[in-house]
Design a protein around this ligand. Sequence first.
Ligand code: SAJ
Length: 426
Amino acid sequence: MSYQTLCVLGLGYIGLPTASTFATHGLKVIGVDTNPSVVDSLNNGKVHLFEPGLRTLVQAALRSGNLVVKDQPQPADAFIIAVPTPFKEGKLANLDSVTTAAKAITPHLEKSNLVILESTSPPRTTVDIVAPILEISGLTAGKDFHLAYSPERVLPGQILRELIENARVIGGINRASAKAGEALYSTFVRGEIILTDATTAEMVKLMENTYRDINIAAANEFARLADRFRVDIWEAINLANRHPRVRILNPGPGVGGHCISVDPWFFVEAAPDLTNLIHTARMVNDTQPKYVLDFLERKIGEVSGKKVAALGLAYKPDVDDLRESPAIETIKLLRDAGAEVRIHEPFDLDYSIEGVETVRTLEHAFAQAEIILLLVGHSQLKKIDPNKFTESTSNCVALDTVNGWDRDTWESAGFTYLRLGDGKNN
Ligand code: SAJ
């Protein structure tokens, strides 16, 4: 089995790197996106997302002629659906983009084609939702064409490397479909390729992100406990992690992004009677921005009327992605509590929050600030030298929610340094 042509539906953080990597490995790839501005900008050689190395890769794929970008699918040997599955009101999975993509493939589907769903989806989506739509073509899934679920597992910030090196799980609706998926991905995947059934693969993906969410929720709850018992959580986690079977993650202002803060809800929606732990972990992480505000007010009194410089907007360090960002949530809570908030995000993002001033430079952010709040551990923000700002601030409190700064450096520059989860010195 070998694949010459591939159609990738959805040119976001997963679809675009995937399409480009296949193209630079010799396949003829049609990248499809329903957003005309994405199609236009890619056709002009511009990449609409930031991910280290992505621009170079996409441009090489386009230049080679192996990647073309369209607004509609075209016939191909294989199709990959890599569209978003966000949640809608009530934390319910929104599968509209998946069903739209499957419907768009149906008229082009031919015997022996392979269709892969990569989008994170609730258990049984491939079998119960995608297969019936594709079968409107008159072809039977598993008999006339192959159908599989293969989750993407790449970490934003390291997508290009992980796409190639990570182990890849391929769940076919039957063995032949899984084998067909293996033939496709072995074009570039250097990690182990493991074959299973489609629903197991869907569940594996959700379990990975849910496990991480629960682990971070534990870290956040430990941080709350540490503050109460006058313990430094960063020291305590470090020591606990010396245990050979313990690996606690880091506390922070909450969990964001389009994956970990969303995917566990798919389990909760699918089986509310079985998901107490998963639901509780979500609530712990979702209330962490409120905990940050309460923590600050407990230490320094009401923030109403105070000038706050909030540093970082993205959902995590060194990415330009704002989806479900806990930093934004924290900023809104500060604003609603009456603080005068200025925000600075090193990535040049076209984003504003009502009632909050966006400033381009750190100098502007720090000027006359009474509270400096580090919300994202971006490399650029961790490198800030507080001595440069001693004169433009006075009696200033620096609250570090991500353990990004050094206490001594900030204190010797004249700041009162507070760190989330550090009950020893706060
Ligand atoms: N976070 C913490 N503490 C930590 C680690 C992360 O508070 O110790 C926060 C981050 O700041 C961020 C959120 O959690 O707000 C999620 O960040 P992340 O780096 O844990 O994960 P994502 O969402 O960028 O990528 C995850 C990855 N999943 C796992 O590590 C199990 C990635 O491999 C998946 O491919 C991706 O979700 C996805 O697309 O599902």
